[in-house]
Design a protein. Sequence first.
Length: 369
Amino acid sequence: MIEVKKLFSFLKKKNIDFFAGVPDSILKKTKEYFDKLNKKHLITANEGSAISVCIGHYLSTGKLACAYMQNSGLGNALNPLASIAHQKVYSIPILLIIGWRGAPGTRDEPQHEVKGKITRKLLKLLNIKFCEVKTYKDFKKLDNLIKFSKKFKCPVACLIKKDILFDKKSFKKSKKEFNSGIKRETFLNYLLGNVNLKSKIISTTGYTSRELFQIRKYKNTHYQGNDFYMVGGMGHASMVTLGVAMNNKRNIICLDGDGSLSMHMGSLTTIGYKKLKNFKHIILNNRSHESVGGQKTNLENLDLYKLSKSCGYKNYFFIDNEKIMKRTISNFLKSKGPSLLEVKIKLGTIQNLGRPKKLNFIKSKFMER
């Protein structure tokens, strides 16, 4: 195991002091240290953006920067890694710190096991040298990689598995932030109590799909639903929903989050362009990447009303308390879309939260109805 403080001290000695990336559950112990860096750290909407910011940092300073991500986000990073930073293009040195979900020999969810098995192959295809960091002895390997990156002007990577990083300090969440709004569970119960059973729901990754699944499972009054849980593919729920809505007359509802919305925000323009009356988009907004550590999504100043309208959405609704919930949900579901409902929610989730299982069965059930 490796103490986060010592990892940051090591990187500082190697003159690496700028970081950009997308929060990851394996790397969540780094949150407080990144927060202290202020202007030397940037949470980006997606992993490709993190690589691109690091490229810009190098172009302006000549210094190697660090991009961090979960291995599931490597797909987003492939384009700038291959078409900008690669040695055969602009030859840009970057250090990648990658949380290795689904690593061979470890137990994980199906979507992580698929990506986990090919992570090393992807890096090899990109001609990116890498090492696995498990103990302090591996800092020597990492040191050699950083020297290689600087000398030959190319990206390198280190892979970190689950439960490797730890922190001796105990940090408390700010009481001033995320203390307003409603519980996600409360909203989902209201929604499921009012939605037509023939409607289809596509839910985004993280706690949203997990809570929806658990409520369906344990509360029989809501069990006869028709849901598709995005256990992977963060940021793509709205376009999956659009694909379903284009071939359906019933209400098709996207349960989205602020973090996943920001990852591929260009999807809003496509949704607005199609002008489907049956498309209903719900944004559960707690301004954080909650399931991977509660890091900010940097969307506190985003006006979703103006954004949705400018992208072509016909209607916008807003909920921040229970008093207006039932009426607003009813008006939202009755509206002719594309319609967007922003729901301000608190941090926090159902205890002992489970995960969707038997994914092929869920797919078949969703397609049959």
